[in-house]
Design a protein around this ligand. Structure first.
Ligand code: FMN
Length: 222
């Protein structure tokens, strides 16, 4: 069985890329070597040709603004329909702890895979990955779990349900924790966040809502 992993991060296949590190871990314990290809850095037609010769396709992509990066989404929209019994699975990793950040894009991708005739292996929303590429040594447990997950996938061609649920925790932070985090907001000065914003000339813009038109802003403000 040939498996191809598609890295959907704009950073490409470099050590400073969280998606690439997860892809390497996923492939590490597979008995058949698995290609890791970069959606954004490679020629699209070559990549599609390779996909058509694979049995299993896994997308590992970061969450950028509640979705996957635009170029990755554009590539996915150009995916050809499944050939034979091909599987397609999705792993979306994000910076914030709550995996609910990726809930909607995962649902969308599952539906896209089904519509294209793939057997959808499943989808994983994994939060708290912002530090992965910065301090990978702190993520050893996660990377080991991903290796075991990849080996299991190779045998079943399906994402293990229990592991999917485990990776997704926490789906949402508890109310008391949210309350505590909100209460800490006034400490932004002490924690240094405001200083970083000021040094980047971003402090005055911190409450901007660039994606809302004037009409929507008016509605929000009553
Ligand atoms: C432009 C941009 C937008 C992001 N948007 C989100 C977001 O909406 N939610 C979230 O949880 N993390 C968000 N993140 C954090 C990334 O998902 C996280 O750092 C991820 O591990 C980066 O993976 P990569 O190294 O494979 O690109 C964003 C990061 C960037 C650079």
């Amino acid at each position: 069985m040939k498996t191809i992993i598609l890295n959907g991060s704009p950073k490409g296949n470099v050590e400073k890329c969280g998606s690439y590190l997860l892809a390497q871990a996923f492939a590490k314990k597979m008995s058949t070597p698995c290609e890791i290809r970069s959606i954004i850095k490679e020629n699209r037609l070559d990549l599609i040709e390779s996909i058509q010769h694979a049995d299993n396709i896994i997308l590992i992509a970061p969450n950028y603004i509640h979705s996957v990066p635009a170029q990755t989404l554009d590539f996915l929209l150009a995916l050809p329909p499944a050939k034979g019994n091909q599987t397609l699975g999705f792993i979306i990793q994000s910076g914030y702890p709550e995996s609910s950040e990726s809930e909607i894009i995962c649902r969308y991708l599952n539906r896209l895979g089904e519509r294209l005739g793939y057997t959808v292996s499943g989808s994983i929303a994994k939060g708290e990955c912002a530090g992965l590429a910065i301090v990978p040594e702190r993520f050893k447990k996660l990377l080991d779990e991903f290796s075991a997950f990849g080996a299991l996938f190779e045998q079943t061609r399906q994402f293990d349900r229990q592991l999917v649920e485990k990776f997704a925790k926490p789906v949402r932070l508890s109310k008391p924790l949210m309350w505590l985090l909100n209460a800490l907001t006034p400490l932004s000065d002490v924690l240094g966040w405001n200083r970083i914003m000021k040094s980047n000339q971003a402090y005055e813009k911190r409450l901007d809502t660039p994606y809302l038109g004037p009409a929507q802003v008016k509605t929000m403000n009553g």
